[in-house]
Design a protein around this ligand. Sequence first.
Ligand code: FES
Length: 151
Amino acid sequence: MNLKKLYQQVLLDHNKNPRNFKVLENATHYAHGVNPLCGDDFHLFIKINSDKIITDIGFHGTGCAISKSVSSMMTTQVINKTTEEVSQIKDEFITLLTKEITNQEAKKILGHLTLFENVKEFPIRVKCATLIWRALEAALQNKMEKKVSTE
Ligand code: FES
């Protein structure tokens, strides 16, 4: 299967059956990500333990196929990793979509997320793919102070 076909398959699968599409009742960190240009809107909930490991994560809200599938895949890639490792994945993903990644080690860190590299060909969609990562960046810095309802 070529990479474009695999990308389409992964995108469809994660859009139709998003992983970790849930509100975390016991989240320790939270952020709200909005793309004002289109109105896409996600709430991101993270549970981080005292060793700074992400033990659970959930996202909820509405978005296009790209923003939703990237969000879904992001949650599967960051769970059980330290906040430091996750920050590195986030940086590499944003670099992948905005610059050139030539470093094979960086691609290894991203795993299947590299499938989204061709989004770069459609500059207007780059924000779709980075929306949840910006929320992740904010969530890692924001401790959750109150429970947020997405209803
Ligand atoms: Fe809004 Fe993709 S169209 S984030």
